[in-house]
Design a protein around this ligand. Structure first.
Ligand SMILES: Cc1cc2nc3c(=O)[nH]c(=O)nc-3n(C[C@H](O)[C@H](O)[C@H](O)COP(=O)(O)O)c2cc1C
Length: 199
């Protein structure tokens, strides 16, 4: 037997395993999540840091089949094949302007990213996986979500569920179904002087 190791990722430096244990499988079971699990995910995201503590993110989510179908219909065809039956489907939005001052908040996408990561890490603590998607029809998403492009950026769709081995994934996606690696440290972090631009 040459079974794949559970997680073949090997960090260059000793870090908490929560970072390498989070990855984005597509083989998600359709088994429903409990209300407690759903609530726990959004509670983790709620504590993400943000510019002026604005918390500019908004998760618009669906667990009921009819509502999930509406969100799934916004996804690119390829993403629909695997995310369409995930028990929790959502979009993460970022509010374009500060609610107090009305001024543009150019950091909103950054903050929404922090909230997504908190949700994704919390998902693993619950034995779940969260998989973000940029592959969706933006115009359709605005229509289905009923929000205005002047008020919100639609940052990503996110599918959450339990991983399954029995997924019925198409062959090309099945071939990608294992944790991937990363650029070397020197390509993504550099001492300030002299600045070395990676090739
Ligand atoms: C903003 C964003 C958009 C993504 N879009 C898609 C997508 O449309 N379809 C998909 O299958 N995966 C998508 N991914 C998953 C990435 O391919 C994945 O996160 C990346 O390869 C790193 O792998 P890991 O999450 O397993 O560590 C997206 C991830 C992010 C953060």
């Amino acid at each position: 037997m040459n079974a794949k190791p559970l997680n073949p990722r090997s960090p260059d430096w000793d870090i908490d395993s929560m970072f390498t244990d989070r990855w984005s499988p597509r083989a998600l079971a359709s088994d429903p999540l409990s209300n407690r699990e759903v609530r726990t995910l959004f509670e983790a995201a709620r504590w993400a840091p943000s510019c002026y503590n604005e918390q500019p993110w908004l998760f618009v989510y669906a667990t009921a089949p009819e509502q999930r179908q509406k969100l799934a219909a916004c996804l690119a065809a390829k993403n629909q094949t695997w995310a369409g039956h995930a028990p929790l489907l959502m979009f993460i939005l970022a509010r374009r302007h500060f609610q107090k001052t009305g001024k543009e908040n150019r950091h909103a996408p950054y903050d929404a990213g922090a909230a997504w990561m908190a949700l994704a890490l919390q998902a693993r603590k619950l034995g779940l996986y969260a998989h973000a998607m940029a592959g969706f029809n933006l115009q359709k998403a605005y229509e289905v979500l009923g929000v205005s492009p002047e008020e919100f950026l639609v940052m990503a769709a996110i599918a959450v569920g339990r991983k399954t081995e029995d997924s019925g994934l198409p062959d090309d996606l099945r071939a990608m179904e294992s944790p991937n690696s990363r650029k070397p440290h020197a390509e993504v972090a550099t001492p300030v002087f002299p600045v070395v631009t990676p090739p």
